[in-house]
Design a protein around this ligand. Structure first.
Ligand SMILES: [Zn+2]
Length: 314
């Protein structure tokens, strides 16, 4: 017998005649325990998530598992097909992860959100939602929406504590009283092996923390909890020449540090300089090298280290 049963959440029929449906893998453990939901690809260009879930499935032995796993590797098949963050064929709100709670009669993202609630979210007691930076940005931090200890157990260097995050599946889970964590890791098709390994360790850590598996979570010696975050979105489109590489991820940067320049590929004029906003900041999302940007795209994210807390792990 296969260790996981695959069930399909049916969303509807597309104009081309194909069904829109979402796979859920269920692993029932031998012992009693919580139901942990792990989801990936709510945004279609965050492709490290399904691989993390595949390896978690490989690693878990149901005879040693207490509780149940519900795993959704491709939450947004339409966006995955297009390899875009947002959902093609959307009439109203294109970002699936700003669409929760969903609606059974509005446009496709709303129906998809509603189907994910009924077929997945309603059945879990704890949620880990896997995200990444997308096509160009690379990201590395955990968002705690409810239950900071669970977010710290995931084991990334920086945890951002958030109250509410309207429209996201993670925030809806938190509203329902469920422990809810969003892991932002990887992207940019860079260091994928590193971030997949970090993600697999993170999910197994959460399971250890919840008593679903034996053993203690493997965490860094020190973790930082930030509450204030700045997102740098360029005002001009063009080519972004980054001054910081992947080696600066999770590093401290002082206020005013030049992070990148937006240059016109038509005139070669420097249109904009992006600089670190906080006196003491920590880099959580960045782009390496030279990447195309549009106004409003994610270029950098920094957490404010003033007012941050350090957690020292034994
Ligand atoms: Zn995302």
């Amino acid at each position: 017998m296969a260790k996981a049963a695959v069930r399909w959440i049916e969303v509807g029929t597309l104009a081309i005649g194909a069904p829109l449906r979402v796979a859920v893998h269920e692993v029932q453990g031998a012992g009693d325990g919580p139901t942990l939901g792990v989801s990936a690809l709510l945004h279609g260009d965050e492709v490290t998530g399904p691989e993390i879930i595949r390896r978690v499935l490989e690693a878990v032995d149901p005879s040693r598992l207490r509780g149940r796993l519900l795993l959704v590797p491709v939450a947004n098949p339409l966006a995955f097909q297009a390899l875009t963050r947002n959902t093609p064929l959307a009439v109203e709100i294109a970002n699936l992860n700003r669409t929760f709670p969903g609606d059974p009669v509005l446009d496709l993202p709303a129906r998809l959100a509603r189907a994910l609630e009924g077929g997945f979210l309603d059945h879990v007691t704890h949620l880990v939602d896997l995200h990444a930076g997308g096509t160009f940005p690379v990201v590395d931090y955990t968002i705690s929406l409810r239950d900071l200890d669970l977010a710290l157990a995931f084991g990334q260097q920086v945890v951002r504590e958030v109250r509410g995050y309207a429209g996201t599946m993670g925030a809806l889970a938190a509203q329902q009283g469920k422990a809810s964590v969003v892991a932002e890791l990887g992207g940019g098709y860079a260091r994928d092996a590193h971030y997949v390994a970090l993600g697999v360790r993170g999910v197994l850590n959460v399971m250890r923390h919840l008593g679903m598996l034996d053993g203690q979570p493997e965490r860094p010696a020190r973790q930082t909890v930030v509450t204030e975050l700045a997102t740098l979105r360029p005002g001009h489109g063009g080519l972004l020449y980054s001054e910081v590489g992947l080696d600066r991820m999770s590093a401290e940067v002082s206020g005013g540090t030049l992070l990148g320049r937006v240059v016109s590929p038509h005139t070669f004029d420097v249109l904009e300089e992006l600089r670190a906003p906080f006196t003491r900041g920590v880099l959580l999302l960045l782009r390496a090298g030279m990447t195309p940007v549009n106004p409003g795209d994610y270029a950098y994210m920094l957490g404010n280290l003033d007012g941050a807390r350090t957690v020292v792990n034994a």
